[in-house]
Design a protein around this ligand. Sequence first.
Ligand code: F6P
Length: 332
Amino acid sequence: IHRIGVLTSGGDAPGMNAAVRAVVRTAQDCGIECVGIRRGWNGLITSDFVQLGATSVSHIIDKGGTILYTARSEEFMTEAGRDKALSTCRLLGLDGIVAIGGDGTFRGALALSRQAAAAGYGLRVVGIPATIDNDIGCSHYTIGFDTACNTAVECIDKLRDTMQSHERCSVVEVMGRHAGHLALYVGLAVGATAVLIPERQVDFDQDIVEKIRQARLAGTTHYMVVVAEGAGSAADIGKRIHEELGLDPRVTVLGHIQRGGSPSARDRETASRMGYKAVMALVSGQGNCIIATQDGRIVDLDMEEALQMKKSFPMERYQILEALTLSGSHRR
Ligand code: F6P
C-alpha cells in the first residue's frame, strides 16, 4: 500500500480535523502518502484534491469544522458518478480511502469499493464515525457528540439564568433529525423539566402539560423543555404550552451552533485513536471496515456487517431523568 485518500463527508462534526490529522500522521509514520479529497465524495468526482504532508495538518487538532470541506453528493449516489470517482482514484493511484462521516458516507464507500472490485481494481475503504447525532449502529460513540453536548449544555445553562429571573418556560430545540441521543443526554445534564425524543411517542398531556404542572406544584416557577428536532418543532410546542397552560414560553432553536467549536478532549482523543486504527487496518491488509468504539475499545468491524448493526437506545436515561426532576412521575 503506497498511497491513500482521506475525506470528510456529510454533516460536519467537531473532531473531524483531529481525525484527518491522525490519518495523515499515521500514514506518514508508515511510509504511506496521503491525499486529501476535498468536499466529500464530490472531490473524487471533480478531481478536487490536495497533497497532505505531516506538517499540513499541524495545529488543526483543536479546530472545529473540517479543513477538507464537506458535502452531500447526489451524483455519487449514481453508478455513473462513482465511475467518475473511480477514474480519479486510478489516476491518483489510491490503494485505499479513509472516509470520515456518517452512515450515508459509509454506504457510499462500500458501493465505490464494490464497483472498483467489479472492474478488477482492489480499492479498500475504511469508515470513521463522526456525527453529533451519535446514531451510527455499530459504534457506541461517534466523534463530535461530546462537543455538541457541551455546547448545548452551555447554551441552555445561560437560558436557564434568564428564564429563572423572569420565571418563564423555555423550549429549546436541539439537533437530531432521526435520533434523540443528543436531546436526552443534554436534558439529563441540564436537569430539564421534560425531554422529547423521536424514539418515544409523545403524549403532550403526560409528557409536557402534566410535568410542568407537577413542577409548579413542587414550587418551581421556571421550566426547561428540551426537544430533539426529530420529535417536533419547538415553536409548535411553545404554542401549545401557551394554549394549554397559559404560560408565555420563549423558544430557542440552537441549530448549527451545535456543530461548531473547538472539539472537546474526548472528541480529540477518540478521533486520534480512530484515525490511527483506520490506517493500521489498511496497512494490515484488512478488508473494507468501519472503526468503532465498543465498551471504550477501538475496534475494526467488517463494513458490510457493521452497516447492518442497530444501536440500542439508552432509554434508561429517560427513566433517570423522570426520577430526578421535580415533575417526576413518582411525585404524582
Ligand atoms: O447529521 C447531523 C445533523 O446535525 C442532524 O441532526 C440535522 O438534522 C442535520 O445534520 C442538519 O444538517 P444540514 O443542515 O447540514 O443539512
